[in-house]
Design a protein. Structure first.
Length: 276
């Protein structure tokens, strides 16, 4: 019995080793299978060139490329024929995935600005010059505030400037040729198209017809709404001075009763001096 004991112990060790080896092999096989599955690819449709928004995609603008199945986002396409003719509603860089969420509905085939408008909103164009248009720095995708300056009339004694719309999306910029007078030469006028709600469209139309519009460019992350009373000439010339984010108050220099001042008055070619 004592002679058989080592043999039995050795046999048990061999069996245990075989079981451990078999389990290790099976585990490794599962890991390799999982890794192989995670490396499986699927052909997907991507853009072959940079494509601006509002463009109807053609076969020359798209191609297929292998993409990991485990990383595929929802709404991808594998067949370029499913994408050709669809309208892109967001700009795309070369090599970007063409997803359903980045395309206009199937029945929209015309492209352009109409394909970009958010449901329940409208697109309205306003004419601006280089200064009013923030010196050409307004581009599609920017957000702006719209200010209107109303001139003095018989019913309104003081001109006023007021913010009438805030955080408005710019969906297009362009230009047109306009003749402002009978004797004047036609000149190029910038046109900026804004996305507005119907109510905002009414305010914008009234402001454009009653006064002069100006745009204020906003930071992309600035969504805060600011309520103002508007600025009139009396408030503009008040003693309160705004400098950046700080508000200071200037004190007028005292005037002695005996002080006299001489003012130069120029009218045409005539120069006069008045002493006060």
């Amino acid at each position: 019995m004592d002679k058989k004991k080592p043999i039995i112990m050795l046999s048990i060790a061999v069996v245990i080793a075989l079981v451990v080896t078999l389990l290790t092999y099976m585990w490794l096989k599962r890991q390799i299978s999982t890794a192989e599955k995670s490396m499986e690819t699927q052909p997907v449709v991507v853009t072959a060139v940079d494509v601006p928004w509002g463009t109807n995609l053609t076969k020359e603008m798209i191609k297929t490329t292998p993409f990991l199945k485990s990383s595929l986002p929802p709404g991808y396409f594998s067949d370029p024929a499913e994408v050709a003719g669809r309208t892109l509603i967001y700009p795309a860089r070369s090599g970007e995935l063409v997803l359903e969420s980045r395309l206009a509905p199937v029945n929209v085939r015309t492209g352009g600005v109409a394909a970009m408008i958010t449901p329940n909103k409208r697109a309205m164009a306003v004419k601006v010059d280089k200064v009013i248009g923030v010196a050409g720095f307004v581009h599609p995708g920017n957000r702006v505030d719209v200010l209107v300056t109303l001139a003095e009339t018989e019913k309104r004694q003081n001109p006023i400037t007021k913010i009438v719309l805030e955080n408005i999306l710019v969906i297009a910029t362009g230009s047109e040729i306009e003749k402002t007078g009978k004797q004047e030469k036609p000149e190029k006028v910038d046109v900026i198209t804004l996305e507005v709600t119907p109510e905002e469209g009414e305010r914008l139309a009234l402001a454009a017809t009653q006064g002069k519009l100006q745009l204020a460019l906003r930071n992309y992350v600035d969504t805060q709404s600011v309520k103002t009373r508007g600025t009139t000439i009396p408030s503009l010339l008040s003693s309160d001075v705004l400098s950046g984010s700080q508000k200071t108050k200037r004190k007028a220099s005292p005037v002695s009763p005996g002080d006299r001042y001489t003012v130069e008055m120029i009218k045409g070619d005539t120069v006069k001096y008045e002493t006060f």
